[in-house]
Design a protein around this ligand. Structure first.
Ligand SMILES: Cc1cc2nc3c(=O)[nH]c(=O)nc-3n(C[C@H](O)[C@H](O)[C@H](O)COP(=O)(O)OP(=O)(O)OC[C@H]3O[C@@H](n4cnc5c(N)ncnc54)[C@H](O)[C@@H]3O)c2cc1C
Length: 296
């Protein structure tokens, strides 16, 4: 096997949608499962912490960066293969690309993914969703590589997929490598394209124009008003810490207006959590992942 290049002290901010965070001590982009295993083995042998990064659309990377080895998967594991009434898709495939692939095959049901800027792997991990749908409604099976170099196969029902959650959250060093989706709703390509266009336009109208965000910072609480409404009612719209700003358009979005730091975003997140806890008795749970803290 050709050796996988490993780069030292590589900036991670450009690999995230927030454009925030320090460097990776080591960064590598495995092309296939064999390279994933080789890198996992190396991290284990050297006792390096191991992190995964898809399209970086749901992470806040610390200003000090990440120790050990980060596997960047946005250009890896790109398989999209129809097998009868299913689609086998590599974990690095972008969700909009998956939505278009299903459309080109004449299958509806994937349109809601067109506006979510993550990878299949990142999306499986927390059952990404939008517009009343989520990944669980499409998924059939998932393959996961473990640091013990096993390849585990799960049926959808075994993954405990709920609202922005799954059992995979308890195993941060398991890497989703592939997922199988059901192709069950044939439809004319033009109708699918029109629905996709409509959903993407509606998102654009709801969400801030500044793309430097992580989408929704907090999950919606199980009962009562959504996180955005709670944050808005608490008066946070337009509040800032340095160049981290609570969007005036959608209060659950924190925007990087220039050179915001992870420390500033975290301070804003803590302010919001504390205030809403005090005035509404609701503890907002983060959807965004803090790296490395959440994995330590
Ligand atoms: C503008 C905007 C809008 C968004 N809208 C939505 C929305 O409507 N609905 C929604 O659900 N989300 C939304 N998101 C959030 C985000 O796009 C999703 O959570 C997405 O699934 C994250 O995928 P990613 O590849 O970017 O993951 P990353 O941000 O790279 O990683 C997130 C976490 O997943 C882990 N991870 C990444 N790849 C893998 C893998 N292959 N195996 C195991 N773990 C992995 C990482 O280690 C990290 O802990 C939005 C984000 C933005 C910026």
């Amino acid at each position: 096997m050709q050796k996988v290049p490993i780069f030292e002290n590589q900036p991670l901010a450009p690999l995230t949608t927030w454009k925030i965070g320090g460097p990776a001590q080591f960064l590598a982009a495995p092309r296939d499962l064999e390279e994933v295993y080789a890198l996992m083995r190396l991290a284990f042998a050297r006792d390096w912490p191991l992190f995964f990064l898809g399209r970086g659309s749901n992470v806040l990377i610390a200003d000090t960066g990440l120790p050990g080895l980060t596997l960047h998967l946005a250009k890896s594991l790109q398989k999209i293969e129809r097998q009868g009434e299913t689609l086998r898709v590599g974990a690095g495939v972008a969700l909009p690309k998956l939505a278009r692939a299903a459309m080109n095959l004449g299958f509806s049901g994937f349109e809601f993914l067109a506006g979510i800027p993550g990878t299949v792997g990142g999306a499986v991990r927390l059952n990404a969703g939008a517009d009343g749908q989520n990944l669980a409604g499409l998924l059939r099976r998932v393959w996961v590589a473990t640091p013990q170099l096993q390849l585990l196969e799960f049926k959808t029902g075994e993954l405990g997929l709920g609202y922005r959650s799954s059992l995979l959250l308890s195993f941060p060093h398991w890497l989703v490598v592939e997922a199988e989706f059901a192709l069950k709703a044939p439809a004319p390509v033009a109708a699918i394209e029109e629905k996709m266009r409509r959903l993407v336009m509606a998102r654009k109208a709801r969400q801030p124009a500044n793309p430097r965000s992580c989408g929704s910072v907090f999950k919606n609480p199980p009962n009562g008003p959504g996180a955005g409404a709670l944050i808005d009612q608490a008066g946070f719209k337009g509040q800032r810490r340095g160049e981290a700003l609570v969007s005036r358009k959608h209060a659950n979005f924190i925007l990087n207006q220039g050179q915001a730091t992870a420390a500033q975003v975290k301070a804003l997140i803590s302010d919001i959590q504390e205030t809403i806890w005090l005035i509404r008795g609701v503890m907002l749970q983060r959807e965004v992942v803090f790296l490395p803290e959440d994995l330590e």
